[in-house]
Design a protein around this ligand. Structure first.
Ligand SMILES: *[C@@H]1O[C@H](CO)[C@@H](O)[C@H](O)[C@H]1NC(C)=O
Ligand SMILES: *[C@@H]1O[C@H](CO)[C@@H](O)[C@H](O)[C@H]1NC(C)=O
Ligand SMILES: *[C@@H]1O[C@H](CO)[C@@H](O)[C@H](O)[C@H]1NC(C)=O
Ligand SMILES: *[C@@H]1O[C@H](CO)[C@@H](O)[C@H](O)[C@H]1NC(C)=O
Ligand SMILES: *[C@@H]1O[C@H](CO)[C@@H](O)[C@H](O)[C@H]1NC(C)=O
Ligand SMILES: *[C@@H]1O[C@H](CO)[C@@H](O)[C@H](O)[C@H]1NC(C)=O
Ligand SMILES: *[C@@H]1O[C@H](CO)[C@@H](O)[C@H](O)[C@H]1NC(C)=O
Length: 642
């Protein structure tokens, strides 16, 4: 019995049981149904889908959602189609455009165009729309009906068509409303068997008196001085705004609003002046002191000592705006300050810091940060020390070696020399380590004499070394390696040997990028060397064609990882000069690249080559047409043939 009671109590207290159902069943709709799966309970964020019966048109959302125990948005409607019978058409002397007189069936929001029987006039418009099962069919007026006398009048409107004494049945007159008046209904009236069809009416405009705008502190937006009253056509709108310095009383962050003319006299929202009260500032004062401030008024804030203006924008000035004082004037306690750091420099240009702000500072040469390179301002001051201390190094303990001269401590840039025991070598180049901000550099360590396995960038060791890994190598042992395509070792041979000497490979097993010696560029070429191969670090010269010279001072270029640098380029010099030509079998005597008009230059042919005159050494002169005679070094035996 007791257990049963407990069970009931637990059930009643069960929190989710009743509140788990968030929404009632969604509403059914006419001529449509819910197509999403039906549920016993609808929970928050559940969605339901509607669909209309065939030929009914959905108006509104297809899906609705359970939000805050309500279905949003409202369920849709299903709009009925229109059906027009043949009898209806016959009775009204109507045809569907294209001379059809058959029953018609059209969906809501779709249109049909009509025409009348011969001898009948259609009362415009001829195109009519189906609106939820209802369509207003046009009237066809018989031209055989009785004449109409003088046309009807409409107030504040005029007839635009010619005025006649008598109007035949089916004829019409057109109306226009006077300025500011909007037309209500069709602008044409038809004579129908002695009487006129409905005459349009001219709807009164809304008049906005200038005096009222002025008294209410309202102005027309974007208006350029018009002193008269304002008229707004029926159905039209006008954008108005509170005058500068005023905002909407209902929403002080807005000043513009729209008035729509719908036949009722316009009601204006209230505008109120932008004002700010004298601010209350704890731990500070301000100037000037007034009881009330207006839009754009400025005050200067002076914080008590130990406090600072927030935000610290330097100006310490706040402005009265529609949203109140901007920025809000506040004096906050200075919790952290940094004006001077001994043996260091503050990197941020500020003296006072708020809680949560961070300062960065550097230390002078020979000094290092006691804590970190930055410090956080906390409630109780800087979180870490804002201090620089002199860099000191202590004598290291060297395993398998010792220091040449040992001292208690060392200062910045002091040097120590490490002597390694037999069979061991120093870990870095040389033997000397320097005291730096990060300690001894290179680290004073002695490592076992020998060379470790080394990964070669853009190349690879001979397979037997890669596979059997005989590392570390002893003094005098060597490896062989080669470079991948596009790279070569220092000696430009495909295979190279590197010997282990004092724990270092000699030469260093490195692969260097090859630069293209035949690289094309205009008006010049690169001089080939014996191997016709250039690698990173090689310098070569290039020569320019006759009449061109290097774009830079020197014609020497260097092979780098990214190719030739600078890129070889030959340009035509402004003044006519001659450039050194490249002789395949000879050399110009001068280092000069370009020669002035009339300048003379000597050249020497290599052994076995001469000029066509048989000279091994010759002179040539720079003329307007170029070098004369043309420098040449030809095969001696060929020269003799000539
Ligand atoms: C015009 O109206 C008269 C009655 O006022 C009617 O007898 C006559 O049939 C109508 N004529 C036409 C063409 O509708
Ligand atoms: C009807 O008016 C027309 C001119 O608009 C005139 O020619 C015709 O005679 C009039 N018919 C009758 C029956 O008055
Ligand atoms: C009368 O209405 C028609 C169609 O709505 C329009 O084309 C025409 O310009 C209007 N006439 C005048 C004078 O406004
Ligand atoms: C005031 O106008 C702003 C801007 O249009 C709008 O975002 C805000 O929601 C409005 N506030 C009130 C209370 O109507
Ligand atoms: C700062 O202002 C607060 C609140 O007005 C006040 O309690 C406090 O005594 C002031 N401190 C100083 C140092 O004036
Ligand atoms: C190559 O030229 C550069 C720049 O002129 C120079 O610094 C470098 O020492 C030269 N290298 C060689 C190997 O001559
Ligand atoms: C010069 O030409 C001859 C015959 O054409 C050739 O045998 C000789 O090797 C050439 N000499 C040089 C230095 O190229």
């Amino acid at each position: 019995m007791k257990a049963w009671l407990l069970l009931v109590a637990a059930f009643l207290l069960w929190p989710g049981c009743s509140s788990q159902k968030a929404c009632e069943e969604p509403d059914e709709i006419d001529f449509g149904e819910i197509v999403s799966a039906e549920k016993a309970k609808y929970l928050e964020n559940d969605r339901v889908q509607y669909r209309c019966n065939p030929s009914y048109v959905l108006e509104g959302p297809e899906w609705i959602q359970c939000n805050g125990q309500k279905w949003t948005p409202h369920p849709p409607k299903c709009l009925a189609p229109c059906s027009i019978t043949r009898q209806q058409l016959t009775r009204k002397n109507l045809f569907v455009f294209g001379n059809q007189r058959k029953a018609q069936f059209i969906q809501s929001d779709h249109s049909l165009q009509f025409q009348c029987n011969e001898g009948y006039v259609l009362v415009v418009p001829s195109v009519r729309k189906c609106v939820d099962g209802y369509m207003d069919l046009p009237l066809c007026i018989s031209e055989r009906g009785k004449n109409c006398s003088g046309p009807p009048r409409t107030e504040n409107g005029d007839i635009t068509t010619l005025s006649e004494k008598q109007y035949r049945s089916g004829s019409s007159v057109e109306f226009r409303c006077q300025t500011y008046y909007a037309i209500g209904g069709q602008n044409r009236s038809f004579c129908n068997n002695g009487t006129w069809t409905k005459v349009p009416i001219c709807l009164d405009p809304c008049m906005i008196p200038r005096t009222e705008l002025e008294s209410q502190k309202i102005e027309v937006k974007d208006e350029i001085g018009a002193p008269e009253n304002i008229f707004v056509q029926h159905g039209h709108s006008i954008e108005l705004a509170c005058r500068t310095g005023y905002v909407l009383a209902a929403n002080s962050s807005k000043s513009a609003f729209v008035i729509h003319c719908d036949g009722t006299p316009p009601v204006f929202p209230k505008c109120k002046e932008i004002t700010c009260n004298s601010p209350r500032i704890s731990n500070g004062t301000f100037r000037p002191q007034r009881t009330i401030y207006h839009d754009g008024d400025l005050i200067r804030i002076q914080c008590d000592s130990g406090f600072t203006f927030d935000p610290d924008n330097g100006e310490k000035v706040v402005e009265c705006t529609k949203n109140g004082w901007s920025p809000p004037p506040k004096c906050i306690k200075i919790t952290c300050q940094a004006d001077y750091i001994e043996n260091g420099n503050v990197l941020s240009p500020k003296i006072t810091y708020k809680e949560g702000e961070r300062i960065r500072f550097s230390c002078n040469e020979g000094y290092s940060h006691v804590d970190r390179q930055d410090a956080l301002c906390t409630e109780t001051g800087w979180g870490t020390k804002l201090q620089c201390e002199e860099i000191k190094c202590f004598p290291p303990e060297v395993t398998n070696g010792y220091l040449q001269y040992r001292r208690d401590h060392y200062m910045y840039n002091d040097e120590i020399e490490t002597i390694c025991n037999e069979g061991f070598v120093f870990g870095g180049p040389g033997k000397v380590s320097k005291c730096t901000a990060t300690g001894w550099h290179p680290p004073p360590v002695c490592k076992q004499n020998g060379c470790d396995y080394i990964r070669i960038e853009n190349g690879r060791m001979a397979d037997r070394f890669e596979w059997y890994k005989p590392f570390p190598l002893w003094q005098g042992q060597s490896i062989e390696f080669y470079c991948y395509r596009g790279y070569l070792p220092k000696d430009k041979q495909r295979w190279q040997t590197a010997r282990c000497i004092n724990s270092r490979y000699d030469p260093e097993p490195k692969c260097f990028k090859i630069c293209d010696p035949a690289q094309h560029f205009y008006y010049g070429h690169i001089i080939y060397n014996y191997y016709n191969t250039y690698i990173e670090g090689d310098n070569v010269t290039f020569v320019c064609d006759m009449g061109y010279s290097p774009s830079t001072q020197q014609s020497s270029i260097t092979c780098t990882k990214k190719g030739w640098s600078p890129a070889p380029r030959c340009i035509r010099p402004v003044e006519h000069t001659c450039t050194k030509v490249f002789l395949s079998h000879g050399n110009f005597g001068s280092q000069q690249q370009s020669f002035q008009i009339n300048a003379k230059a000597k050249y020497i042919c290599h052994d076995g080559y001469t000029t066509s005159k048989g000279e091994t050494e010759a002179e040539t002169q720079c003329l307007k047409e170029g070098w004369s005679p043309e420098p040449e070094c030809i095969n001696l035996s060929k020269a003799n043939e000539q």
